[in-house]
Design a protein around this ligand. Sequence first.
Ligand code: ADQ
Length: 505
Amino acid sequence: MVRALQPSIMSTNYDPVPERPLIILSNREPYEHVHRSAGVEVRYPAGGLVSALDPILRRTHGTWVAWASGSADGTVVDEFGRVAVPPGDPSYTLRRVWLSESDVEGFYLGFANSALWPLCHLFVSMVDIRRSDWESYERANRLFAGAVVQEAERVGGAPMIWVHDYHFALAAASIRPHLPDALIHQFWHIPFPPPDVFGILPLGVQDTILRGLLGNDLIEFQTDGFVCNFIDCVARALPAATIERDRNAIQFEGHRTRVGAFPISIDVGEWKRLSKLPHTVEVSETLRRRYAPNSRQLVVSVDRMDYTKGIARRLRALEHMWTDSPERRGTFTMLIVATPSRTDIPAYARLERDVLEEIEKLNDEFRTLDWTPIVLVHDNVDADLLAAVYRAADVCVVSSLQDGMNLVAKEFVACRDDGDGVLVLSRFTGAADELGSALLVNPFFIDAFADTLGVALDMPADERRRRMAVLRHCVENATIRDWLEAVIAAAESSRHAAQGDAAAL
Ligand code: ADQ
């Protein structure tokens, strides 16, 4: 039996539609089939990407190519690995690609998440480069690229191929020779490092990654800073490339690639709707009754359990505050919602263990008869519960040490139609470029971080409201739909421009 659970954060009211057949390539699949005791169940992975792209694929009857990560994925596909989705209302094709166990290790856990992820987030000492992982990364990129080519041949025409993220740095160059008329572009969700950090990669690897990315017609980054970093890396590692800095374009081996900043956003309308549901309001009131009774305040954070999110620094800032300012004890509860992530990688398993231990230690040290300082929800939670958490908070803390964008900051703002709440936001997030009315912090500077938390807790209501109004204006004027429109229009125009350039040669 296939049981379909409808995700709560998913809407279908998007207008932007590309002119060409659309094929998306991402590591995560939009629907995962898993074995459960009651039969086969469909699961929807958490995160904003699926909710942004699923509606556009439904409307265009497109194709999504992704890694088959579900235990029952193989039971529902045809001989080519295809299954029509969404379950119950099929309107597009999900093409699943299977990886061997050793490629899951080498490509996904290895090169993508133990080399590129820490490298791009400037965690230089955590970068782990192994020849076998790199070979596996190359192999997996070829495998996924081959599946994209097959799907393009099936749908015919000159498709728009939209590649996602650091898992597939080599895909565009691998696809292009087979589909010279396709429009290929890529969204890089995470930071792109400056040349000194990128230079840690072996020379051949640097060269192959940049050549791979330059197979795209357009590469979209989250911020102007990451665009500059990418251009600087190309200038250093590929001296034969011609860089048109004023036009954000790079010519290399007869092909022109545009680059640009396209800050991703959220489905603001959907988060607003969720935050107002009677059930959400009820849960939010329960949270306040339980953790913020009387004049006690509630501080929240929501992240994947990842070392880039600065969870350990956040705990140090709390310890600093409760040690140096004992009068703050008991005045607020810290609610940490942290979903387990990549637990097969030793660094993540260590982080999880350290964070759990530290929370226990701080609670033992500071708890009183009627106050537990830190409450941890160590689970993946539904979007409506997240909306309740955002709604219940006096303060939301985002303390990433590096973050491409950080959608949590935007979700918190979208859920505050009461116009209240303070956002404390790391200045090392892409979101800080847009959300300057948040209280910006440097999470490396523990004393100042603790001071800023104090400022947030003490902020007068009129200033909270003034800042939140500006934040809401920013978020409401740059939604996921605006992002999609901007990316699709820029991708189409990059192709037209490239064709124009070729004709002029
Ligand atoms: P992430 O590193 O996953 O994304 P983020 O942008 O914060 O970081 O997105 C996380 C998403 O997962 C949010 O939509 C959030 O609601 C959800 N989430 C977090 N904790 C959860 C929990 N406990 N239960 C359920 N859902 C939870 C990467 C980059 C970011 C970039 C995004 C999008 O690292 O910098 O903003 O992609 O491009």
